[in-house]
Design a protein around this ligand. Structure first.
Ligand SMILES: Cc1cc2nc3c(=O)[nH]c(=O)nc-3n(C[C@H](O)[C@H](O)[C@H](O)COP(=O)(O)OP(=O)(O)OC[C@H]3O[C@@H](n4cnc5c(N)ncnc54)[C@H](O)[C@@H]3O)c2cc1C
Length: 389
């Protein structure tokens, strides 16, 4: 059995940010990811747009690891972030305005993320799944069971970060969660010389499909049976799309990469100590640990209460990414890549502080956490954000 200061479960963007933040503070950190690559939905799910970290005032609302991950997503790919305020995505004409965002090659980003995590000194466990937990009598998460190949191992840690995208580890530990209705439209990388709309480069482009019969009404994806149904429909929809083409056309237009994760937008949010609710854009939140832009429109950004990362039921752990406690319209805003990075970094720093000071994450003074986050450039409140030069 290994003991770590911090154990991060799930290597999506939130988990990567959490592990980087903890390891860069000198903590002994392990990152457990069930797939063979990092990035989660952003890479294995073929999501190729790092959405904006800017708001309606043309202010940059996030920096630190969130900005670093945005800038580095271009390393292995054809996309460029322009030097002037705002980014453009090479060949992608879907955005009517300049915003600080960037497109990336999902495969290229996998290469960068793995390098970043190893350089930070994180003990990276790919192809390793968290399959169980052990809690103390007081509901504190103390140990996880992991499987790699057919080898089982137990890992204990001072503090855990559940960045599995659906709070799976916290749920195993007894956390209550809330689900949400999903809609479904598979994203596929295909060769299509005819369509330059979402071109990566040359003939390679992203095909976004809709599933008309269930659009807007996908059942909540919580049970194993619902996940199987989600995947069945995903494959069927993609086959239907290509089957509708003539054999001649299918010689020129064909898939080269399918999503390797269910493209579920929302799986579960925790029952947190705080909740981010519809209508809270632009409001000051005293215990904010970061600011998140509204990716859908030019609008005020949102401050993020620390309590949204903390489960009411489970101690010794935080969540980060798309499983934090944001509901309704707020969940729509917070379920994307920049929010995953910002909440991941905050969770990693909070977990590290808990380990350093022998405190539960819920006991950490938020003012001290905010101070630590600011030391690496973190922006806690809207009035701390600055216009781009
Ligand atoms: C169709 C679609 C389009 C989207 N478009 C965009 C977009 O354009 N831009 C944008 O910013 N966002 C977009 N999003 C949302 C965004 O991609 C995700 O919300 C974000 O990447 C989530 O990051 P995360 O780290 O919170 O979770 P995830 O990416 O889900 O990461 C969780 C990780 O945990 C791992 N894991 C899960 N269970 C276990 C376990 N038991 N043991 C070990 N590992 C485990 C998973 O394999 C995964 O790698 C889109 C989502 C969808 C579905």
């Amino acid at each position: 059995m290994g003991h770590f200061d911090i154990a991060v479960c799930g290597g999506g963007i939130a988990g990567v940010a959490a592990a980087l933040a903890a390891a860069r503070r000198g903590r002994k950190a392990v990152l457990v990811e069930k797939q063979s690559a990092l990035g989660g939905l952003a890479t294995s799910g073929l999501i190729y747009i790092y959405l904006p970290i800017s708001d309606d005032r043309e202010h940059r609302v996030a920096a630190s690891i969130t900005e670093e991950l945005l800038l580095r997503c271009q390393e292995y790919g054809p996309f460029a972030l322009e030097k002037k305020w705002g980014g453009t995505s090479n060949g992608h004409s879907g955005h009517p305005r300049d915003v600080y965002q960037c497109c990336f090659s999902p495969a290229g980003y996998m290469l960068t993320l793995e390098q970043m995590v190893r350089e930070a000194g994180v003990d990276l466990r790919l192809e390793t799944t968290v399959t169980g937990v052990r809690c103390s009598g007081s509901g504190r998460l103390e140990e996880i069971e992991i499987f790699c190949g057919c080898e089982k191992e137990y890992i204990s840690a001072d503090c855990f970060v559940d960045a599995t995208g659906g709070a799976f580890v916290l749920r195993m530990a007894g956390a209550k969660v809330f689900p949400e209705t999903n809609y479904h439209n598979p994203w596929v990388i295909e060769v299509n010389p005819d369509d330059k709309q979402r071109a990566f480069t040359g003939d390679l482009h992203m095909q976004v499909m809709t599933i008309p019969e269930i659009n807007g009404s996908m059942p909540q994806v919580l049970s194993a049976a619902e996940i199987q149904e989600f995947m069945r429909r995903q494959y069927q929809r993609i086959r239907d799309y290509y089957d509708a083409m003539s054999p001649e056309k299918r010689k020129n237009i064909y898939p080269v990469h399918l999503p390797m994760m269910p493209q579920t937008r929302k799986i579960a949010r925790i029952d947190g100590l705080a909740e981010i609710c519809t209508g809270e854009a632009g409001k000051r939140v005293e215990d904010s640990i970061g600011v998140v832009a509204d990716w859908r429109k030019l609008a005020p950004a949102w401050e993020t209460p620390y309590g949204a990362l903390l489960s009411r039921q489970v101690r010794g752990a935080l969540t980060a990414g798309r499983s934090i406690n944001s509901s309704g319209d707020a969940w729509e805003v917070f379920r994307v890549i920049p929010a995953a990075a910002t909440t991941g970094e905050a969770a990693g720093v909070a977990a590290a502080m808990g380990s350093e000071q022998n405190l539960d994450p819920a006991e950490i003074p938020v003012v001290a956490l905010q101070q630590e986050l600011r030391k690496t450039g973190g922006i806690m409140h809207l009035d701390e954000s600055k216009p781009f030069k």
